[in-house]
Ligand binder design. Structure first.
Ligand SMILES: [Zn+2]
Length: 130
């Protein structure tokens, strides 16, 4: 479990990751927002072949997916930083158990202990490496 004396360590880790995630979001945002398939008809070049459209769609799917992923991680990081302030960091939001320190080291922004995370399919994207 995370001792209060470890909070500084995790806070530094979270702040570092937060900068990386923000950088990714800043990179992805224009790509996701400037959707060439949805922008006005006058915009050129407009993909006219089905293959081109599929290409653009695939790229947008991937960018949107990554964007969602990073946006969610950013929220988790902010929540975790707030929990450090409130001295509740490292406690599973679901069952209230202490999250193992080894797990927090790998995913400092996790909200759940391993068993609760496994039950939450929507978090699979971040938990899949454990
Ligand atoms: Zn739990």
């Amino acid at each position: 479990m995370a001792e209060k004396s470890d909070f500084g360590y995790f806070e530094r880790k979270l702040r570092k990751r937060r900068i990386e995630v923000l950088r990714e979001i800043t990179d992805l945002e224009p790509k996701v927002l400037e959707n060439p398939l949805k922008s006005g008809e006058e915009s050129t070049p407009f993909p006219t072949h089905m293959a081109d459209i599929a290409d653009v769609e695939n790229r947008l799917d991937r960018d949107s997916y990554l964007m969602n992923r990073y946006t969610r991680e950013l929220k988790d990081i902010d929540a975790a930083l707030w929990k450090i302030v409130e001295k509740t960091y490292g406690i599973c939001e679901d069952c209230g158990a202490q999250i193992r320190k080894a797990r927090l080291k790998v995913i400092p922004s996790t909200r759940y202990c391993k068993s609760c995370a496994e039950k939450k399919e929507k978090y699979n994207w971040i938990e899949e490496s454990l």
